[in-house]
Design a protein around this ligand. Structure first.
Ligand code: ADP
Ligand code: ADP
Length: 226
C-alpha cells in the first residue's frame, strides 16, 4: 500500500521582492514498510520537503496524499491531527523533557491521544523494551547517553503506532559508532514492518537505508536502492 504520494510539488518562499523556489516539482511515492533516506546538499530543499512530509507545511502547488487523503489543502487543525495520529517524529536534538524520566517522556503522546493511564504505562514500557531500554525506564535524560536518549525519542515516536517514522538528522548529535547503532535500530524496526524516513546529509548514514532519494536545487536528482 502507498502511504505517501507526492506529485508536482512546488514550494515558493517570498522574501521581499524575491521569490525562492525551494521545491520545483517533486515527485515521490513511499509505500508502507520502506526504509528511506533523503539526502542533498545544503539548500537543496531537504527541510522544506521534510516539513511537507511531516504535515507541518503545505505545498504552494502540487498533490500530496497521505494514506489516500489529500493533505495539500488541509487547515492547521487537520494537519495537526495527521501529525499526532500518523507521524512519529525523531529529532537531531532528541527533544525530551529534561525533568521527566524515560517512561514519562514516552507516555506523553498517549496522554495527548487520551489513552487511559494503565494502558499508557504498559505501552510506554513495551516501547522502551522494544528499543532496548527496558532497564532504564526510570532514568532521566541527563542520566542517559546520547544514543540512549535517541532510543527514548524513538520509543516515543513508536508508541502511538504511527504510519511513518520521520527522523530529521537523527544521528547529527551522535558519534559515528552510535549513529550507526541508531540506523541499525531503524533497520530492525523496518524489518518488523515500520516505515522509516530519515533526512540526513551524511553519506555514511544514508547507506544504511534501503533506498536513497537525492535532492538537488529543489528537484529529485536520483531515487534508487541504497
Ligand atoms: P536544505 O534543508 O536542503 O538545506 P531548505 O529546504 O532549508 O534546504 O531550503 C531550500 C531553499 O529554500 C534555500 O534556498 C533556502 O534558503 C530557502 N528557504 C528555506 N526556508 C525558507 C524560508 N522560510 N523563507 C525563505 N526562504 C527559505
Ligand atoms: P497542535 O496544533 O495540536 O498544538 P503542534 O503543532 O504543537 O500541535 O504539534 C503537533 C505534532 O507535530 C506534535 O507531535 C509535535 O511533536 C509535532 N511538531 C510540532 N512542531 C514540529 C516541528 N517544528 N518539527 C517537527 N515536528 C513538530
Amino acid at each position: 500500500a502507498v502511504v505517501i504520494e507526492i506529485e508536482g510539488v512546488t514550494k515558493l518562499y517570498r522574501m521581499g521582492a524575491e521569490t525562492i523556489h525551494a521545491l520545483r516539482g517533486v515527485r515521490l511515492s513511499i509505500r508502507r514498510n520502506e526504509y528511506l533516506a533523503i539526502m542533498g546538499p545544503s539548500g537543496s530543499g531537504k527541510s522544506t520537503l521534510m516539513n511537507m512530509l511531516g504535515c507541518l507545511d503545505t505545498p504552494t502547488a502540487g498533490r500530496y496524499d497521505f494514506n489516500g487523503k489529500n493533505v495539500a489543502h488541509m487547515d492547521d487543525n487537520e494537519l495537526a491531527e495527521i501529525r499526532n495520529r500518523e507521524i512519529g517524529f525523531v529529532f537531531q536534538t532528541f527533544n525530551l523533557l529534561p525533568r521527566s524520566n524515560a517512561l514519562h517522556n514516552v507516555e506523553l503522546p498517549l496522554i495527548y491521544a487520551g489513552v487511559p493511564k494503565h494502558t499508557r504505562i504498559e505501552r510506554a514500557r513495551e516501547a522502551l523494551e522494544h528499543v532496548g531500554l527496558g532497564d532504564r525506564i526510570h532514568h532521566r535524560p541527563n542520566e542517559l547517553s546520547g544514543g540512549q536518549r535517541q532510543r527514548v525519542a524513538i520509543a516515543r515516536a513508536l508508541v502511538t503506532r504511527p504510519s511513518i517514522i520521520l527522523a530529521d538528522e537523527p544521528t547529527g548529535n551522535l558519534d559515528s559508532k552510535t549513529g550507526v547503532e541508531i540506523m541499525a535500530l531503524f533497520e530492525q524496526l523496518y524489518e518488523q514492518g515500520n516505515t522509516i524516513i530519515v533526512v540526513t546529509h551524511e553519506e555514511d548514514i544514508a547507506r544504511h537505508a534501503r533506498r536513497i532519494v537525492r535532492l538537488r536545487d529543489g528537484l529529485v536528482e536520483s531515487d534508487a536502492a541504497a
